[in-house]
Design a protein around this ligand. Structure first.
Ligand SMILES: NC(=O)c1ccc[n+]([C@@H]2O[C@H](COP(=O)([O-])OP(=O)(O)OC[C@H]3O[C@@H](n4cnc5c(N)ncnc54)[C@H](O)[C@@H]3O)[C@@H](O)[C@H]2O)c1
Length: 207
């Protein structure tokens, strides 16, 4: 029983891990002995990976832009190479937020949010899923939101994408659970991260 949740030696890929919730989840995995590839949008990811290595963790940094499908695919290939051809755990954590009343919401923001928050996680589930299905083992954790269920205000693209993440998780579950792959989602409430800077500032100003 004590080994029921043992993940030592497993190999993970986590997006959006240079800060915020992704950083914390990456740290958690590494504290339990998981070799982890962290993704970030800039060279900063290497500095973050180095900080983790300095703490004795097995961490690799990869630069990737989830808004660019070629960049995503290339980064996935590099990640698998770093993990010696194996991936046990995928955490789709990267995400962006755009706030604007729905009647004015810019279509370019809609496209960006849907691409990064929904399409990219699907493509990563697919790429990682193919490897996991071959091995008959895998854990995928998608980061949804309580806005997957509530819809929020002035965040139509984010709510739609996160609603999509919740149902994508169920869809993949239906297909892959019987083949050894667990697909789950976490739907956090409000967390004080960079994503909520504007919201926190409004609360500070207006109470
Ligand atoms: N903070 C909250 O209250 C909250 C609540 C529910 C869900 N979430 C979700 O949790 C996840 C993490 O959010 P956070 O609060 O840590 O936000 P954050 O802004 O601190 O971190 C977002 C991460 O996504 C990465 N990212 C952004 N655009 C990218 C791109 N084009 N390509 C690759 N990576 C990109 C950033 O580099 C960063 O590492 C997101 O999916 C978010 O929607 C957050």
């Amino acid at each position: 029983m004590k080994d029921l949740f043992d993940i030592k030696g497993r190999k993970a890929l986590i997006t959006g891990a240079t800060r915020g919730l992704g950083w914390g989840m990456a740290e958690g995995l590494m504290e339990y002995g998981v070799e982890t590839v962290i993704w970030g949008t800039s060279e900063k990811v290497e500095a973050v990976a180095q900080e983790f290595r300095d703490r004795g963790f097995c961490c690799h940094g990869i630069t990737a832009d989830l808004g660019n499908r070629e960049s995503l695919k290339a980064a996935f290939v590099r990640s698998i190479e770093r993990l010696d051809g194996k991936i046990d755990i995928l955490v789709n954590c990267a995400g962006i937020q755009r706030r604007c009343p729905s009647e004015e919401f810019p279509m370019e923001d809609w496209d960006a949010v849907l691409e990064i928050n929904l399409t990219a996680p699907f493509e990563l589930c697919q790429l990682a899923g193919r490897e996991m299905l071959k091995a008959g083992y895998g854990k995928i954790i998608n980061i949804a939101s309580m806005q997957s269920f509530f819809g929020g205000f002035t965040i139509p693209a984010y709510a739609s994408a996160k609603g999509g993440v919740a149902l994508l998780t169920k869809a993949l579950c239906n297909e892959w659970a019987g083949r050894g792959i667990n697909v789950n989602a976490i739907a956090p409430g409000y967390m004080a991260t960079e994503m909520n800077t504007a919201l926190l500032e409004r609360i500070r100003l207006f109470g």
